[in-house]
Design a protein around this ligand. Structure first.
Ligand SMILES: [Zn+2]
Length: 230
């Protein structure tokens, strides 16, 4: 179905290959010579939150009064293949407690060439989970409540991550589908690209690392969501 295939460009990052390479603060790449595309060097890096990333987070994923210290969070760079098989360096912010898990999981996904639409900080979407999901963006830390409630999400502790959210929507108890437009992906008996189910590599890796999957929940279904709670 064409409506399914259209999703590969939701993130808006289908740019020429030269633009998919890391920026100046990313993993080291060959010195760029005019007209020569630098070699892509996949990296899986973990750091404390750099000042430039903190500046992006403040007022977005990290609002005033957030009850988590930046020292409890880590900034990850992970290589990944997008839906077109183009390699990128993605960015994630997560809790220090799951940083090693995520590095290992994303390395395994990269080695398997597992397609992920986009891995950008939710700050690039003004901290809006709705906008991030609409762009089919995979993300982790966001100091926010569970959609439709006043309860803090495990994303607010950086202990939850959403993968390919458009094809793996969140279905609330009242049956609302998030993100908007993801209704074609609600019927999980159908076969379509980028569906997370129990046969999926992504599912298996997260479970092996002690995460639980929102697709196994009874009251709501959150097929994009994995979390590890301590
Ligand atoms: Zn989630």
């Amino acid at each position: 179905m064409s409506s399914i295939l259209l999703c590969s460009c939701r993130s808006g990052h289908r740019t020429p290959a030269t633009e998919s390479f890391p920026g100046p603060d990313a993993a080291p790449v060959e010195e760029s010579v005019e007209g020569i595309v630098p070699e892509f060097r996949p990296g899986f890096l973990c750091d404390t939150i750099p000042p430039a990333v903190e500046a992006r987070m403040r007022g977005n994923s990290y609002p005033e009064g957030a009850k988590i210290g930046l020292d409890e969070l880590r900034y990850l760079r992970v290589a990944y293949y997008d839906f077109d098989g183009i390699r990128h360096m993605g960015e994630l912010v997560c809790n220090v407690a799951i940083a090693q898990d995520l590095l290992e999981i994303f390395r395994a996904l990269y080695e398997a060439e597992y397609p992920i639409c986009s891995i950008r900080l939710v700050d690039d979407f003004g901290g809006s989970d709705d906008e991030s999901m609409l762009a089919d963006n995979s993300s982790c830390f966001n100091y926010r409540v569970v959609a439709g409630t006043t309860r803090l999400s495990n994303h607010a502790r950086g202990l939850a991550i959403d993968i390919n959210p458009f094809e793996n929507p969140y279905i609330t108890q009242s049956g609302k589908v998030l993100p908007e437009g993801a209704e074609p992906y609600v019927d999980r008996s159908k076969d379509f690209p980028h569906k997370i189910d129990k046969e999926d590599l992504c599912y298996r890796l997260f479970i092996e690392h002690g995460f639980t999957w929102g697709g196994s929940w009874q009251t709501v279904k959150d097929y994009q969501h994995f979390e590890k709670v301590f």
